[in-house]
Design a protein around this ligand. Structure first.
Ligand code: ADP
Ligand code: MG
Length: 925
């Protein structure tokens, strides 16, 4: 046993500091600034080693350590955050060279996945949202969600199911919940997220959630006596979640606003940001807006499944942004506009007046092309105003932020002028007009004070213009004069010594020095009075360096001037930041109006370029379009895309007979069924954003929700039984779809054996037809098509195919009536299955259709090639509807076994063994 004679390696002043911070932030990785590195210790070091691949060393025995260089800390931070970690940054808050004993440090920032504000941690076009949930009771979950990076803040009290839907589109990076005794997030909290890794779950101390304390802390925070002005009664169920969220933000965001007492000397900027912090206090969060109640009824509901199935933000197949609806439509000019477009697609409007207001603006921008181009110009000069405003509020703005703000605010007046003449843009003009004067004044102040191309940080100064501040100018001219002085001094020394190659130089370690080459130095008589006061400072291989008292004095003068100039600049920078931060509400108004304008311009751009039409919104539930196109394929395939008509429900003209509310779409694989039904959903979605739609004409009934269920084959495996997922979602649709909902069903029933699936599909169609939900159902169950005979609400469509010389040509044209052929064999040939196999399959198919008949027993009016025979073994159906089980095959033990086998749960090898066994069984008969 090794004896513990050594001192505990943790018992050094620095490690005591470390332990104190770590105790304050036990759930964070602690990045501890030491010289030019941020160091991690103990388990944190191992995490860093694993996640970042940095080398694991030992500080002293038994103390694992890993470090990242401070100047590259951002990229390491990004990777730690992306891996779901929380990071506390402990920085040096005094100048290491002035420190007596251990240098003072403090935790200046806690970075968590949901509280990012720095541009290098956050993609410009993606929001970063923090959410909090508080269960009021089993039936009510209160949500609060905010973007620290822009200051938006919303709340809602919802049923758990609705909360789950909302969280899917809020897509928080981090979800706060009330801490529990066992330290684990409760199941009902986890159930709110679409998947386990959808958001990082963070507990918050329970007292923040107590209603009385919540009310008090919110009133304190907003400095109000009550919250009625924001629309909240004292006992509002939303308040605990909102209060917990603010408490969390205030505790993690500790960097103070740029202090007016400058630090003695820049210690090198902490992580991201400009000014080294002096003390760390909970944040006031001046840019965080007061909470606002989210009104679910103002928006079309799009749940997680629908957002995914319609590929609104990512594609199903690759789960990437490329090829999504957002990616296809993205033509916004500003980062804030890009985020707003995402927002509008995720939150389509439900109210006619709000939709039509946007439509009018788009129409104006389409009709007046010149105006559209003129507006684009000032938009192009706008930087990310909301995020800069947030950083100002948090005391983390950089010199470049300030200059970007100057350019952005300078564009306000132009936007006011350009929006003034059009009634359709009035709602954007008015708020811009109200803020133009103060923002233009701010722009002017900033323009006078700052240079055009500032440095990223203020370590060396360089933001403030010459001539702006007398004190700064004085220090700077001292520096400049010193440079002239230096040149003169070098000249003087050269003459004195007669050494032409003599140089006066500077380096960071030794300061100013006189340099002679080694050869020259050896020739000189250094004892001569000419060299009185010269002191040897450094001997290099080829040179000797000296200092003189004169040079020493000069040095201190220059360095002092430099330090004073930098300190003065920091002070001026802090003052300008405060001035700009005092304009927070106006800056947020500018950001809001400009973002809207940017998206409207983007809508107009697509409408003009791809010939979209303005949809008519109708009160009666229906969806009609001529020559409708899928917006993404429209972009990809252009002229090759076959447009199709859509006719569902109540017609535009009341005189006309209504169309079926439920259309069944049959047709072979690859014919275009899925594309067709998604086109209908996307047109509905786009119409509710206030944009134009890809069609020749369209009439869209005001819709409350789009439901989708995409069959197992198109869905990525999630671990759950696909059939279970399918049925859970179908159950949801059956419960919640109203006659104002659009329901898209794609091959529902595929996840189970044919008969179960068919029976379920049949029952679902009846249910939805009865409810009057607008439904498009793409199906491979041809048997379903006969439902149209019995149910007036049900109609049949099929995707046309032409057979030509034994081959199949897909026409992609949707036509009335049904089809009963799958052309599976032809598709197999197209897919490259060898001819021998395809030919054999074709012969088998022929035998099958002649023998047992594949088709429904009672014959189908649209199935000319299906013989009208009923197999003897088929049990007579006493159901007045469909003889669903008319074609049940004779019982066979092998079939029974096959039926009971769960193929999804088998490995390929097991499946092969199973097949071999069954085959043997059949051969032995
Ligand atoms: P299905 O669901 O019937 O199997 P899809 O809708 O998935 O067929 O379409 C298969 C492919 O056919 C699509 O990827 C697309 O390339 C093409 N396609 C579909 N609809 C059209 C159309 N209207 N015009 C041109 N090509 C289309
Ligand atoms: Mg399909």
């Amino acid at each position: 046993m090794p004896q513990k004679t050594k001192k505990d390696p943790r018992d050094t002043p620095a490690m005591r500091q470390y332990t104190r911070f770590k105790d304050q932030h036990p759930d964070c990785l602690l990045l501890f600034r030491m010289g030019d590195f941020y160091e991690l210790f103990f388990e944190d070091a191992e995490v860093a080693h694993r996640v970042l691949g940095v080398t694991l060393t030992q500080r002293t025995e038994g103390v694992p350590m890993a470090g990242v260089p401070y100047h590259a800390v951002e990229s390491y931070l990004r990777r730690l955050i992306q891996a779901g970690h929380r990071v506390a940054i402990a920085d040096q808050v005094e100048d290491a060279s002035q420190a007596k004993g251990v240098v003072e440090r403090d935790v200046t920032q806690v970075i968590t996945p949901g509280t990012l504000t720095d541009d290098h941690l956050l993609p410009p076009d993606t929001p970063n949202t923090l959410a909090a949930v508080a269960f009021v009771d089993d039936e009510t979950a209160a949500l609060a969600w905010a973007e620290l990076s822009t200051g938006s803040f919303l709340t809602a009290a919802l049923t758990p199911a609705a909360a789950r839907d909302e969280l899917a589109r809020i897509a928080p990076a981090e979800l706060l919940y009330c801490q529990t005794a066992d330290g684990q997030p409760p199941q009902r909290v986890r159930d709110l997220l679409p998947s386990a890794d959808a958001a990082v779950l963070t507990p918050v101390a329970a007292h923040h959630f107590r209603p009385a304390e919540a009310l008090r802390s919110l009133c304190d925070h907003y400095r109000t006596a009550h919250l009625e002005g924001f629309g909240y009664a004292a006992a509002d169920p939303d308040l605990p979640a909102a209060a917990a969220l603010i408490a969390y933000l205030r505790n993690t965001q500790r960097t103070p606003t740029p202090s007016s007492t400058p630090t003695p000397k820049p210690t090198g900027s902490a992580a991201p940001g400009g000014v080294a912090p002096t003390n760390a206090q909970p944040q006031r969060l001046p840019h965080l807006r007061p909470p606002r109640k989210f009104a679910p009824a103002d928006h079309l509901v799009l749940d997680h499944t629908t957002l995914r199935a319609l590929e609104v933000e990512t594609t199903l197949r690759h789960n990437t942004a490329q090829g999504s609806l957002l990616d296809t439509l993205q033509a916004c000019r500003t980062a804030m506009g890009k985020r707003r477009l995402r927002d509008w697609l995720r939150y389509p409007l439900a109210r006619r007046d709000a939709i039509e207001q946007r439509q009018h603006a788009v129409t104006t921008l389409i009709d007046d092309d010149r105006l559209a181009r003129e507006i684009a110009d000032p938009l192009d000069r706008l930087h990310d105003v909301p995020r800069i405003t947030a950083r100002l509020g948090l005391g983390r703005a950089t010199p470049r932020d300030l200059v970007a703000l100057r350019r952005s605010t300078a564009a306000t007046a132009e936007l006011v002028a350009l929006t003034s003449g059009s009634p359709a843009l009035q709602h954007l003009h008015d708020p811009l007009d109200a803020i133009a004067t103060p923002l233009t004044a701010l722009a002017d102040t900033l323009a006078v004070a700052t240079v055009d191309d500032p440095p990223a940080h203020l370590r060396e100064g360089g933001l403030i213009r010459d001539g702006h501040d007398a004190q700064l100018d004085e220090q700077r001219s001292l520096q400049r004069d010193a440079n002239q002085h230096l040149a003169a001094y070098q000249q003087q020394l050269t003459e004195q010594t007669g050494v032409a190659s003599l140089k006066v130089g500077f380096n960071k370690v030794f300061g100013y020095y006189i340099e002679l080459s080694a050869v020259q130095a050896s020739k000189l008589d250094m004892d001569h009075e000419r060299f009185a006061g010269w002191a040897r400072k450094q001997t290099l291989k080829n040179a000797e360096r000296f200092v003189t008292p004169e040079l020493k004095e000069f040095e201190s003068r220059v360095l002092n001037a430099r330090e004073r100039a930098i300190a003065r600049e920091q002070q001026l920078f802090a003052e300008l930041c405060t001035l700009a931060a005092n304009h927070t509400p106006q800056l947020q108004t500018l950001a809001d109006a400009a973002s809207d304008l940017d998206v409207l311009l983007c809508f107009a751009h697509h409408a003009r370029r791809r010939d979209y039409c303005k949809p008519t919104l109708t009160d009666a539930p229906g969806l009609h379009a001529t020559d409708a196109r899928h917006p993404v394929l429209d972009e990809l395939l252009r002229d090759k895309l076959v447009p199709n008509d859509i006719a569902l429900g109540a017609p535009l003209d009341r005189e006309d007979t209504p169309d079926p509310t439920l259309q069944l779409i049959t047709g072979p694989n690859m014919a275009g069924k899925s594309t067709y039904i998604r086109t209908a959903a996307l047109i509905t979605l786009l119409a509710h954003t206030g944009g134009y739609v890809p069609a020749k004409s369209a009439a869209v009934g005001l819709t409350d929700r789009i439901f989708t269920r995409v069959g197992a084959a198109d869905e990525l495996h999630t671990g759950q039984s696909t059939f279970m997922v399918e049925m859970t979602e179908t159950a949801r649709i059956c419960h919640h779809a109203t006659d104002r909902s659009l329901v898209i069903l794609d091959e529902v029933g595929r996840g189970t054996s044919t008969y179960d699936g068919l029976a379920l599909a049949h029952a679902i169609v009846e249910h939805l037809a009865h409810r009057g939900c607008l439904t498009l159902f793409a199906t491979h169950y041809h048997e379903l098509t006969r439902l149209a005979d019995d149910l007036p609400a049900v109609g049949n469509l099929h995707v046309a195919v032409r057979e030509w010389q034994g081959d199949v040509v897909f026409l992609h044209r949707v036509q009335p009536g049904s089809t009963d052929r799958s052309y599976g064999v032809h598709v197999a040939r197209l897919a490259g299955v060898p001819d021998t196999v395809v030919d054999r399959a074709d012969r088998l198919l022929g035998e099958l259709t002649q023998g047992h008949t594949l088709h429904a027993a009672n014959g189908s009016p649209t199935a000319p090639d299906s013989p009208d025979t009923t197999p003897d073994h088929a049990p007579a159906s006493d159901d007045a509807g469909l003889p669903l089980f008319a074609q049940a095959p004779p019982p066979h033990p092998a079939l029974d076994e096959l039926r009971e086998t769960n193929l999804d749960a088998m490995s390929p090898l097991d499946a092969f063994d199973f097949l071999r066994r069954i085959k043997r069984q059949l051969e032995n008969e």
